[in-house]
Design a protein around this ligand. Structure first.
Ligand SMILES: NC(=O)c1ccc[n+]([C@@H]2O[C@H](COP(=O)([O-])OP(=O)(O)OC[C@H]3O[C@@H](n4cnc5c(N)ncnc54)[C@H](O)[C@@H]3O)[C@@H](O)[C@H]2O)c1
Length: 377
């Protein structure tokens, strides 16, 4: 077993999911690397130390550049807001560190291209945490599609609905609210939520070739936590778009943080010539499947409980019938990453894969601005 010394930046939501994944991966997956929680990096020393104590990190850094400069760190894991991704990832790649990065890749396509260039020039292994690919039911959907069971695909439909920004009293910017600040987030629901839907869609259904979109910012001004002033809101609160895929199918996507009652409702449905599949994050261990070729006496939607040992990732967990959850998707990505690292390979979605998603996000925002269809280069 080889040690892989991790330096993780950002001790928020994703800092916890990634730390959990590193701690659990060797207990459940037979991989040759053992992640070592070598250092946690955050700007507030007291908070970083508290996180280090809770998760058993060996040391604390308050400056990510100092972390990257350390000889005892093999891999830099970036769990900080979107506007920090490029600078940290490029510096880490240039220092020859392995790079694991939270989504989205970048603030926009141009920045993403500089990141892909830097990572490819350095040749370091990399991955971007579009973790929904590794929900076993979603991985099973990929296998079903690749097996040709759906036949020609006509429609791809996805939603990602939340309701946490409806109050106009909610400020923008700063800790926990950086997602509402366009300078920190790059965009609103498009880069935050639709980027997830797009990564899954491109993986399952191939390239998106053109889009037409509309966005809305329902609350135009919010107090900014960092300046104390009421400022214009620059993010998209809601976005809906139509698209065409290279395989000839049509896509329909919607995301909002104004769908009262919905907390993180990510759903997708794919309709093919022979069969359809549906998936819902709130019921993530199930994949709904309808096959028109079934016997007419029993034909209908079936709800596949994705828990059997021969289903994706499930042989590594409990026994058939027992479910796993959200945090396991990160364990799966780390397990795949460590497996591929033995061969010196990166793990999909790589920086280059994530750039494809970024290009579609940019096209969506451009179309919403111009009111025109936008082709994706
Ligand atoms: N894969 C997913 O499902 C998923 C879910 C949530 C967030 N994300 C992504 O993860 C990233 C982080 O999001 P989060 O929800 O964990 O945010 P968060 O606000 O919970 O945590 C961000 C952390 O980064 C720290 N930070 C900010 N600037 C820093 C700097 N310059 N140096 C060091 N630390 C710094 C903050 O102090 C905080 O600890 C974002 O890019 C987000 O899009 C992905």
């Amino acid at each position: 077993m080889k040690d892989l010394n991790i330096g993780l930046i950002g001790y928020g939501f994703m800092g916890r999911t990634h730390s959990n994944a590193y701690k659990r991966v060797n207990d459940f997956f037979d991989v040759e690397y053992r992640p070592v929680l070598k250092a946690i990096c955050g700007r507030n020393a007291e908070n970083a130390q508290a996180f280090a104590n809770q998760w058993q990190y060996e040391s604390v850094e308050t400056d990510w550049q100092a972390l990257i400069a350390r000889d005892d760190i093999d891999a830099i894991d970036i769990c900080t807001p979107n506007n920090t991704h490029a600078e940290i990832a490029i510096a880490a790649a240039k220092a020859g560190k392995i790079v694991l990065l939270e989504k989205p890749l970048s603030m926009d396509t141009a920045e993403g291209e500089t990141m892909v260039k830097a990572i490819e020039e350095s040749g370091v292994a990399n991955t971007v945490f579009y973790n929904y690919r590794r929900v076993p039911a979603v991985t099973l959907a990929k296998q079903i599609i690749d097996d040709g069971k759906l036949g020609r695909i006509f429609h791809y439909r996805a939603n990602f609905l939340q309701d946490w920004t409806i109050s106009e009293d909610l400020p923008q910017g700063g800790a926990a609210l950086w997602r509402l600040d366009v300078d920190a987030a790059g965009s609103g629901v498009t880069g935050d939520l639709l980027a997830h839907c797009l990564d899954t869609a491109i993986w399952l259904n191939g390239k998106v070739t053109s889009v037409t979109a509309m966005t809305e910012t329902f609350i135009k001004e919010r107090m900014h936590t960092l300046t104390g002033e009421v400022q214009e809101v620059g993010i998209d609160d809601a976005c809906a778009f139509l698209c065409r895929f290279e395989n000839g199918s049509l896509g329909l996507f919607e995301s909002t943080r104004y769908a009262r009652g919905h907390k993180a409702l990510y759903t997708l449905e794919i309709n093919g010539e022979h069969a359809s599949i549906k998936w819902d994050l709130h019921d993530l261990h199930r994949l709904d499947y309808f096959d028109h070729r079934d016997d007419s006496l029993t034909r209908g939607w079936r709800s596949v409980h994705v828990t059997d040992g021969d289903m994706p990732y499930m042989g590594n967990w409990w026994v058939p019938g027992l479910q796993i959850g959200y945090e396991h998707t990160f364990v799966h990505q780390v397990a795949d990453f460590l497996t591929n690292l033995v061969k010196g390979e990166s793990t999909a979605p790589t920086f280059a894969d994530a750039l494809e998603t970024q290009k579609v996000c940019d096209a969506v925002l451009e179309s919403a601005r111009t009111g025109q269809w936008v082709e994706i280069a």
